[in-house]
Design a protein around this ligand. Sequence first.
Ligand SMILES: Nc1ncnc2c1ncn2[C@@H]1O[C@H](COP(=O)(O)OP(=O)(O)OP(=O)(O)O)[C@@H](O)[C@H]1O
Ligand SMILES: [Mg+2]
Length: 242
Amino acid sequence: MSAPLLQVGALFKRFGGFTALAAVSFDVPAGQRLGIIGPNGSGKTTLINCICGTLRHDNGSVRLSGVDVSALPTYRRTRLGLARSFQIPRPFYSMSVAQNIAVALEYGVGRRRVHASAARKEGLTVLDRLGLTAKANADVGSLTQVDLRRLELARALATQPRLLILDEVMAGLSSVEVDDMLETLASLNREGITIVMIEHIMRAIMGFSQRVICLDAGSIVADGEPAAVINSAIVQKIYLGG
Ligand SMILES: Nc1ncnc2c1ncn2[C@@H]1O[C@H](COP(=O)(O)OP(=O)(O)OP(=O)(O)O)[C@@H](O)[C@H]1O
Ligand SMILES: [Mg+2]
């Protein structure tokens, strides 16, 4: 049997004397849509940072398709098929929308030789997918909130991930914009991309996820079928204040 796409094993991350992640373990099988919830400061972004290599964990392991990537820098993990969006979008503000995508394409494919015209075509496909075609030549600084979020997702997508991790990619969006984003994510998942979505918008989590994990104070306190997790006594108490 092949290994799960992502395996997080007994992950610890400390900031000085503060333990942000304490023995976090979970697997994500290929193709899954996993939602991660938890109150502010519960360790969600820290977890993603450790999985992607933005931060180094102190103990434990991160495996992609069975390969321990714990010692690999971010770009090497990207080239193994791992992409993420940042909670606060991190585009290159001095570049156009299309240039941002071109950089992400280059970053993702690395030394794989891609003909310039093929790369341009791939870039146009990603822009089209996120509804950014008309803004291809726009300065990033002129984008609206929703387009900035779309660009953040487009940049992740341009690296051609197998596993896409989204950190509050819908924050600040209207209800219609959330629906639009959910539809895009569902179609990416249908094409085979495994998606981990961190989100505070409960409607989005419930509409998207096949499985939900809840973090609290750096530990997993619930993991399972979405309705069961949301309705569990512990999640009601710590997260929803019930
Ligand atoms: N670089 C850092 N140095 C020190 N403490 C940090 C650092 N990054 C995060 N923390 C702390 O670790 C804890 C977890 O933070 P994290 O950003 O992972 O939470 P989160 O679940 O993503 O919260 P939110 O829902 O607000 O985005 C918080 O107490 C935070 O203050
Ligand atoms: Mg966060």
